[in-house]
Write a protein that binds this ligand. Structure first.
Ligand code: 6V0
Length: 317
């Protein structure tokens, strides 16, 4: 039977720290009129649904309930956050085998119900799991996206806004590549409301560009490790990233976000998912934006892709 899409329905698969924070944020956003929570631990999904539903009278009317795969098949967006998270001293890539196995039990359940919406992957390692979701689901690639470096880019904008004492929404800069240790700050295209970054830095009394940019990129890259060592998980920032991506889809905003998606020859990269800025709307990712990268950034991006491809090649899908 052909599935239809309920444009006002969202589903979250995995209701741990990230899934429940995303659900709480989405409830407050009023983007959806129905939200289904699904977890291998049914009681956890039921408890989160009840708790979050008790906020509805302060936000806006909607239905929130725990359900199964039949309940989520017509959602406009399914957000997949199910999977092990990083423990202190673990990298995102250390999670790969555990979480690929979890995806093998989730993605086919969604695919066999003829899902017509957008699959938004959040579990880590998000780039590998987006690739895995594309391969296991057989969905059109534009409808399978990963949250990618949307969070890292938000962290970068925040760090730059603090450094330059300017609103982070006026900072235009991207973290690209892997959401992880090989991510790249694309400095050569960074600007503050059209003013090249270095010019803006000088305007604000900062002249040691290379050193400060290196320190900021390192701080952004290591921020998940720092948060995990202090509170064992990260979830509020990524929950806001999930809300922002859902907003672009539901409102067909065609906003530019660095989501993770399949590459096909872009910057010499093929058949792997990673983050590059692209136009996100009702059809998922519509097209990538060819931001200009210098030679060093391009080489680092290609190295990030090579490393991800090596991991993908070792998977038994
Ligand atoms: P958590 O709190 O352990 O929650 C994971 C949840 O998944 C649990 O409730 C499990 O019961 C559930 N689960 C496991 N297997 C299944 C299954 N087969 N079907 C349904 N549910 C299942 O982890 P947390 O919420 O902290 O993290 C979830 C994932 O998000 C991890 O892989 C993190 O690394 C990742 N993050 C991704 C970020 C990003 O920017 N993309 C940011 C932060 C965390």
């Amino acid at each position: 039977m052909s599935q239809s899409v309920n444009a006002r329905k969202v589903a979250i698969v995995g209701c741990g720290f990230v899934g429940s924070a995303a659900a709480f944020t989405l409830m407050q956003s009023k983007l959806f009129s129905e939200m289904v929570l699904l977890d291998a631990n049914t009681e956890k999904a039921e408890g989160e649904a009840m708790d979050i539903a008790h906020g509805i009278s302060f936000a806006g009317q909607m239905k929130i309930y725990a359900g199964g795969y039949d309940d989520i098949a017509d959602a406009a967006v399914i957000v997949v956050t199910a999977g092990a998270n990083q423990k202190p001293n673990e990298t995102r890539l250390d999670l790969v085998h555990k979480n690929v196995n979890i995806f093998k039990s989730i993605i086919p359940e969604i695919a066999k119900r003829d899902f017509k919406g957008i699959l938004l992957i959040v579990a880590n390692p998000v780039d590998i799991l987006t690739y895995v979701a594309v391969k296991l689901s057989g969905l059109p690639e534009n409808r399978v996206i990963g949250s990618g470096t949307v969070l890292d880019t938000a962290r970068l904008k925040y760090a730059l806004s603090e450094h330059l004492e300017v609103d982070s929404r006026n900072v235009h800069s991207f973290i690209i590549g892997e959401h992880g240790d090989s991510e790249i700050a694309a400095w050569s295209s960074a600007n503050v409301s059209g003013v090249p970054l270095n010019t803006f830095c000088e305007m604000r009394g900062h002249f040691n560009h290379e050193k400060s940019m290196e320190a900021i990129a390192e701080k952004v890259k290591n921020s998940a490790y720092e948060i995990i060592s202090k509170k064992h998980a990260t979830y509020y920032g990524v929950a806001m990233a999930v809300k922002r991506i859902c907003e672009c889809i539901v409102r067909d905003e065609k906003s530019i976000l660095p989501v993770s998606s399949m590459m096909h020859g872009n910057y010499g990269i093929d058949d792997i998912s990673l983050s590059m800025p692209g136009i996100v709307g009702a059809n998922g990712i519509e097209t990538l934006i060819p931001i200009s990268l210098d030679e060093t950034e391009t080489a680092k991006l290609q190295e990030s892709a090579r490393m991800l491809k090596e991991i993908a090649a070792g998977l038994d899908l």
